[in-house]
Ligand binder design. Structure first.
Ligand code: ZN
Length: 87
């Protein structure tokens, strides 16, 4: 399991396998999330959301290997949603 798709396209680090909370809209697929706090995508997210929407939130890069879909996973803190990390 070392396909390029397992790495975050924004920071190049290996993404974490992540299971969504049971009550979320993300479903039951195991997804890959970049939980790197130094990821430029995540860092830019704070600035963008603050400037555009005056909100203290950001997002992490998310990739669903089951569907091939990727997009943002909104987070409200550095520790948010980490409890779903599988490995
Ligand atoms: Zn990243």
């Amino acid at each position: 399991m070392h396909e390029p798709s397992e790495k975050c396209p924004h920071c190049g680090l290996k993404m974490s396998k992540w299971a969504a909370p049971a009550d979320s809209k993300w479903g039951t697929d195991v997804q890959l999330i970049c939980f790197n706090d130094d990821c430029p995508y995540y860092i830019r997210g704070w600035e963008w959301m603050k400037t555009k929407f005056n909100q203290n939130v950001s997002y992490r890069h998310r990739y669903n290997p089951s569907t091939g879909e990727n997009g943002p996973l909104p987070v409200w803190s550095s520790s948010a949603l980490r409890e779903g990390i599988i490995e």
